[in-house]
Write a new protein. Structure first.
Lengths: 258, 272, 263
């Protein structure tokens, strides 16, 4: 096969070509003035502007803050969601009480909780933590509950014939059986938590990547910084989601069919 | 009151087994078992009535019948997975109160834990034996060797064929060192060739390990190939219609004259 | 029979118990009325919102209408662009491979992070919000349309080829219908995204719309209005998901559980 043909069929190569072409197009449009560089600077200009106005330290600092927030909020939200979802799926009585309340609150987007969170917890960290917690909680609790309800009953029966019951049955058989659904929920929860983090930082924060961007705008700074900030967030989201996907694949992909 | 009106039609040894005999011959004692479900609009659906049956130790008994005759329900009751509405089942004199009392069960769908390898699935059956992890794995390997699957020990269920999965299921059930092996159409989902292979394998294991086996199937020829006795159940409501003694020496082939004779007999009783 | 009745009553009972506990908690001083406005205050707040409005002159209905209008504008625009583009990209595998990383990246960009940028471009007016919603909806819809077209069951394609169906006819008569469940799923997701975006987008730089309402209410210590706003947002969200679900089942009755079986 000729190199051109081989290139055309390679997914990675084509992907790279396409991306580079898009970036080049952007650069050209900005340079030739098709787009006003003050509004939408070329990649090279944006990076230069950003380098000029921000130090690596500020960026790193804001980055760490954002990551810490999202990790802690997500972790607690996912753990709480998993625990409650599993319990609701396993213990009928608990489920009957808890499910309606969760179903009632679920359609409310996490962002809509921001004002209430501020009312309850003030303007500091706890309110942001709470919102990010919610972002992870709802998808995970739903996925955990669904996962528990759709366990193949024959697995439980088989475990019972081997003498398992009660808590060991739940932990050693039911939970692993529900794990694939739970993992999907966790992945969705992470994506939501991340999106919520950015929004929360835009609206009410004094540190973090979201704050960094909106502060730039409010102090009449350079658009380049804003763009770099946006791209940074996007890249971070992509990387973390990919990492999570890989981790899930390693733990569950081995034995899970589809 | 148990209905013994069909006792006269039973063959001599079967009569003794039904009416009473030595304790070994009453290893599994099913007495007056009935099972019914409450229905939505009121009233009850009767799934099993008047089930009286005794099974001797190390005997291989098949439950045969068309769908709806309650054979799976009966098996579940013996396994302790379901409760009889009336009557009782006892094993070696002790009443069955729940699962995990030493009944090994093999289901139609393999019911292997998808997150464990073949070896770990079998090792799971050794949980209660008080062994160390290494010992459990070693014993698991022995059982896998018995079913001819030691080479697949590290595979996950989804990486195995249907026949392999059922073999691992049997190995896992054996890990419990059960007094009885209860099998609910274990080969039903497999292709013909694999089914014949596994039938031979099961007989080999049964002869080597000497267990009491209760085997549910809808295939008369499978029952004839495997069992000492065949219990024919009829539906609506589920009841024992007939018990047959299979006095053909093993290994059995379909060409044996008694095979066909019995087949015809069971078939006509099934269809009538 | 008893089970069905219990299932219907239990949710209502659980919520009722919660509400009673809330009300009592405030009455007996366990909960601060600012943080947990009593149900009576919420009810009065609702009446005020429906008549006088908050801020004065803007009733709850206006807020709702404005929010919904913004969402719909952005949503429809996004779909109008994403569907044709997605069909084309999906139909030409090379195009898909070229654009894949770009699409994935743009979808990963948190839509609300664009807010400062878009304000620089379009100011703080309506266009900004509609644009943001459009952005969020567009990429989600696009990826789903592309995936719907690309991942048609190969068995269907093979069956079609035995009938000598190819080219444009293959596309319109086999690929497109087969892709519809996924496309609908994308439309549902996109609307959900749009809805989430607007709530956030309205919290900055505007006083009209549900997102703005709940923020403004907080500034004036009217926590009961915040709660009403939240409940209405939730109600709309719920109506959207159920409505779209029903619509999908009506238009695509044959696709009942297909998207649960697929990837």
């Amino acid at each position: 096969m000729s190199t051109a043909r081989r290139l055309a069929s390679s997914n990675a190569a084509l992907g790279i070509i396409g991306t580079l072409a898009a970036v080049a197009l952007w650069e050209i449009c900005a340079r030739t003035g098709v787009i006003d560089p003050a509004l939408f600077p070329s990649p090279s200009l944006a990076i230069r502007e950003a380098a000029g106005r921000l130090t690596m330290d500020t960026v790193a600092d804001n980055l760490m803050w954002s990551l810490m927030r999202v990790f802690s909020g997500f972790a607690l939200g996912a753990i709480a969601g998993a625990a409650i979802g599993i319990a609701a799926g396993w213990y009928r009585g608990f489920g009957t009480i808890v499910r309606p309340i969760i179903e009632l609150l679920r359609p409310i987007p996490p962002l809509a909780w921001i004002p209430l969170a501020i009312i309850w917890f003030g303007l500091g960290e706890p309110s942001k933590f709470f919102i990010i917690f919610l972002g992870a909680f709802f998808p995970v609790v739903t996925a955990a509950y669904q996962g528990m309800r759709s366990i193949d009953p024959v697995l439980l029966r088989a475990a019972q014939t081997m003498g398992l019951s009660g808590l060991p049955l739940l932990l050693r058989v039911a939970v692993p059986a529900a794990a694939p659904d739970l993992a999907t929920g966790v992945r969705i929860g992470w994506g939501l938590s991340f999106g919520v983090l950015v929004a929360a930082e835009l609206v009410a924060a004094d540190r973090g990547l979201g704050y960094m961007i909106i502060n730039e705008r409010n102090t009449g700074g350079s658009v380049g910084v804003i763009i770099v900030g946006i791209l940074l967030i996007g890249a971070l989201n992509l990387l973390t989601d990919a990492a999570l996907g890989l981790a899930i694949k390693r733990w569950i992909g081995r034995w899970h069919g589809a | 009151m148990p209905d013994k009106s069909n006792v006269a039609q039973l063959r001599p040894r079967a009569v003794e087994a039904v009416v009473g005999g030595s304790s070994a011959s009453r290893f599994i004692d099913i007495a007056g078992v009935e099972k019914s479900f409450a229905q939505r609009g009121g009233g009850a659906v009767s799934v099993l009535t008047n089930i009286d049956l005794t099974i001797a130790e190390n005997e291989f008994v098949s439950l045969v019948g068309r769908s709806g005759c309650g054979k799976t329900t009966l098996l579940n009751i013996i396994a302790g997975l379901e409760n009889a509405t009336q009557g009782a089942v006892s094993i070696a004199g002790r009443p069955v109160t729940g699962p995990g009392q030493g009944q090994g069960v093999v289901f139609q769908q393999h019911a292997l834990f998808p997150w464990l390898t073949a070896r770990d699935n079998v090792a799971f059956g050794f949980r209660k034996a008080g062994l160390t992890k290494a010992q459990r794995r070693e014993q698991a390997m022995d059982l896998l060797k018995l079913v001819g699957l030691e080479h697949a020990a590290a595979r996950y269920p989804r990486e195995m064929s249907g026949g392999m999965q059922q073999r691992v299921s049997i190995a896992r059930a054996l890990a419990l060192d059960p007094q009885i092996l209860l099998m609910d159409e274990p080969f039903g989902a497999l292709d013909e060739l694999t089914r014949i292979e596994l039938q031979q394998e099961l007989l080999r294991i049964w002869e080597a390990r000497r267990k009491t086996v209760v085997f549910v199937t809808h295939s008369i020829s499978e029952a004839l190939t495997l069992s000492d006795r065949i219990v024919l159940l009829a539906p609506n409501p589920g009841r024992i219609k007939q018990v047959y003694e299979v006095d053909i020496p093993r290994p059995r082939t379909r060409t044996h004259p008694r095979f066909n004779a019995l087949y015809e007999e069971i078939w006509s009783d099934l269809s009538s | 029979m008893r089970r069905a009745l219990a299932n219907a009553v239990a949710p209502a009972a659980a919520i009722l118990v919660l509400l009673v506990a809330w009300e009592l908690g405030v009455r007996y001083g366990f909960l601060k009325p600012y943080q947990f406005p009593p149900v009576s205050r919420i009810a009065r707040g609702f009446v005020e919102l429906s008549t006088i409005g908050f801020p004065t002159g803007v009733s709850i209905w206006s807020h709702t209408l404005i929010t919904v209008a913004r969402v719909l504008q952005g949503y429809v625009a996004a779909l109008a662009l994403a569907i044709p583009l997605g069909l084309v990209i999906g139909a030409v595998p090379v195009l898909d491979k070229l654009t894949a990383p770009l699409v994935v990246f743009c979808r990963s960009v948190a839509t609300l992070s664009l807010l400062p940028l878009v304000i620089v471009w379009f100011g703080a007016g309506e266009l900004t919000k509609v644009f943001l919603i459009g952005y969020g909806c567009f990429w989600v819809m696009l990826s789903n349309v592309i995936a719907g077209v690309r991942y048609v069951d190969p068995m269907l394609l093979r069956a079609a080829s035995t009938f000598s169906v190819k080219g444009l006819e293959l596309f319109t008569r086999v690929i497109l219908p087969a892709a519809l469940p996924r496309i609908f799923a994308g439309a549902r997701m996109a609307l959900g995204v749009g809805f989430m975006v607007i709530v956030g987008a309205e919290m900055i730089g505007t006083i009209e719309g549900l997102g703005a309402l709940i923020m403004e209410a907080r500034t004036f210590y009217r926590s009961e209005i915040t709660i009403i706003g939240m409940l209405i947002i939730g109600l709309i969200g719920f109506a959207i998901t159920s409505g779209l679900g029903l619509l999908e089942r009506y238009l695509l009755p044959w696709a009942a559980n297909l998207d649960q079986v697929r990837r």
